[in-house]
Ligand binder design. Structure first.
Ligand SMILES: C[S@@+](CC[C@H](N)C(=O)[O-])C[C@H]1O[C@@H](n2cnc3c(N)ncnc32)[C@H](O)[C@@H]1O
Length: 178
């Protein structure tokens, strides 16, 4: 059978453009996706002792790996993600999890999403975003809530604990001083 180049060439062109868009899409919308390595996900959940009864919010939830792992430990997992492609992908992944009933992914901006029901919040963002989030957490989270950050600290907050083998920091939200 002869190859029909009039079909193959345009199809290859669209595939190549689609692939490039998939790669640069996060940069175009200003939201870089760097997944947390699986062994670090476990460390983040262990340091905060996440389990049944917890409501964990992952801010910038990417492919959903943190909320899925948290739900599989018995917690309720809520992801907030700005990139619609990651939202779709993480929702598909969540549906395949045995803990699917405890999972939700919100498509939106985490600065505009309330985290007041969270008992644990996880973040893997840069320093300047963390500093903006700190004010949000102080306003919305209840004292005793845990905040776990991978890679970056929160300026002005003292970590309650640092994981011995990873750049994972645990913070406990303090009561507001009178
Ligand atoms: C470094 S990735 C971390 C992904 C995931 N939490 C993980 O640990 O594997 C940061 C994620 O935050 C998302 N993001 C950045 N700014 C955001 C915003 N304002 N609202 C919602 N998501 C945001 C990006 O799209 C990206 O998926």
């Amino acid at each position: 059978m002869a190859l029909d180049w009039a079909v193959i060439l345009p199809a290859a062109y669209f595939l190549a453009v689609g692939f490039l868009l998939w790669l640069i899409w996060p940069i175009l919308i200003g939201a870089m996706f760097l997944p947390t390595p699986p062994e670090v996900v476990e460390k983040m959940l262990s340091i905060a002792d996440v389990g049944a009864g917890d409501v964990l919010y992952d801010l910038g939830s990417g492919d959903g790996r943190i909320i899925i792992a948290a739900a599989e430990r018995g917690a309720r997992g809520v992801g907030v993600e700005a990139d619609p492609i990651r939202v779709l992908w993480s929702r598909l992944r969540a549906r395949r999890s045995p803990a699917r009933d405890r999972l939700r992914v919100i498509w939106g901006d985490f600065f505009k999403t309330s985290v007041s029901e969270a008992t644990v919040v996880t973040v893997y963002q840069g320093e300047s975003i963390n500093n903006r989030l700190r004010e949000k957490f102080e306003a919305e989270l209840r004292p005793g809530s845990r905040v776990v950050s991978f890679s970056f600290k929160f300026e002005g907050w003292e970590p309650a604990e640092k994981h011995p083998d990873a750049d994972v920091y645990l913070y406990i939200v303090q009561p507001v001083k009178a």
